[in-house]
Write a protein of this length. Sequence first.
Length: 194
Amino acid sequence: MTVDETKERILDAAIALMSNKGFSSTSVREIAAKADVAEMTLFRKFKNKQALLEGITKRYTKAFSNAKVFAEEWTYDLETDLCTLSQTYQNFMEENKAIVLLAYKEAGVHNEVSEGLTANPKLMKAHLTDYLQNMQKKGLVTTELDLELQVMNFMWMNLGHFSSQFISGKKVSQLPTEQFIESSVKLFVRGLKP
């Protein structure tokens, strides 16, 4: 097993345990056992549990920044691009829901977790703001709206859908994600057009 594979196994074990039990309630011994490594191996890869938490945060942030949805992927068709962004966001959040659960559990307890995990929304906000500003310059988006507010509305709309699925499953809504995206983006685009 390579050094990177060992490190990834340790991170996977930590995410699984911490998302269930929380950061403070998860011991290094449990993480090492779940990863099938010696505790000393864990400490060679991560000097302490805090460094392990930072590793989780870095992995999560790197995965989002690598999502192929920004700049080079824009078609400059507003509806197509916002549907793609929404789908990418929903897929990413679904794939990383254990980390999202950990973030919810540790919010207000471990500020470094919250700080690290806000990097993704900040990145999405920056890219979407740049995109909509370009669309305004092309005359494809109205200049009469508060752009930051519209970007945040779009992000909250997507977070709201993910959260309702994540927290309550299908108890609140049976609406499939694809239908949510298509319908909400259509409405959102209508509000942005000049």
